[in-house]
Design a protein around this ligand. Structure first.
Ligand code: SAM
Length: 217
């Protein structure tokens, strides 16, 4: 039987802390969440590797380092409400749920959402609301959010998401072309959008009314 606790410790030390992620709450969350339960059985032995992995439906679970960086950028407080667009496997959702008071997660592919919901419920998370739908429109019912994370690449910042961001809130979102984006930190200050471009990245496309069309247009 593999020693997943040891693999998690190695992942955090060599892939995450060594590359500059310093937020102890984020590092501790990454040490707690059993990533191997979020990947398909055929990829379980690679669960803690320094790479994204396929999760079916043409989608991926993000690389551990990317999950850590995006989470750190949100600067989540225990009292925060966070909106996640792109549930995928639910791994990032679990990390957020370790840190925030409530996570609303939206996924457009129902089979992925239901699988993630089952997994996260079995793991005992009770502070997550699961929504099937077009996340480019956000989820107004629980707005405003102190943090918004988009785990798919957008052509631009969806206006609905910016609207649902709280004053002083932070949004992390890959913005750019269909196959290549720039990880972008968006803040709302006095109602204005302050954008900071961080580094290049590659995410699956954000498909929806305020994102890409299915054919990339
Ligand atoms: N954070 C996930 C994880 O840890 O497994 C990885 C997410 S994967 C890179 C991106 C996800 O965004 C895919 O599951 C995809 O179906 C979803 N997605 C794309 N467009 C969407 C939209 N408009 N609304 C909700 N989800 C969307």
């Amino acid at each position: 039987m593999r020693d997943y606790k040891y693999e998690r410790e190695r992942m955090v030390e060599t892939q995450i802390r060594a590359r500059g992620v310093r937020d102890e709450r984020v590092l501790q969350a990454m040490l707690r969440v059993p990533r191997h339960l979020f990947v398909p059985p055929e990829f379980e032995d690679m669960a803690y590797a320094d790479t994204p992995l396929p999760i079916g439906e043409g989608q991926t679970i993000s690389q551990p380092y990317m999950v850590a960086v995006m989470t750190e950028l949100l600067e989540i407080k225990e009292t925060d409400k966070v909106l996640e667009i792109g549930t995928g496997s639910g791994y990032q959702t679990a990390i957020l749920a370790e840190l925030a008071s409530l996570v609303v997660t939206v996924e457009r592919i129902e089979t992925l959402l239901r699988k993630a919901e089952r997994r996260l419920t079995e793991l005992g998370y009770t502070n997550i609301i699961f929504i099937v739908g077009d996340g480019t429109l956000g989820w107004k019912k629980e707005a405003p959010y102190q943090g918004i994370i988009v785990t798919a690449g957008a052509p631009e910042v969806p206006p609905s998401l910016f609207e649902q961001l709280d004053e002083g809130g932070r949004m992390v979102i890959p913005v750019g072309a269909w196959g290549y984006q720039t990880l972008t930190l968006v803040r709302k200050e006095n109602g204005r959008m302050i954008k900071e471009e961080l580094f290049g990245c590659t995410f699956v496309p954000l498909i929806g009314k305020e994102g890409w069309k299915e054919n990339g247009a």
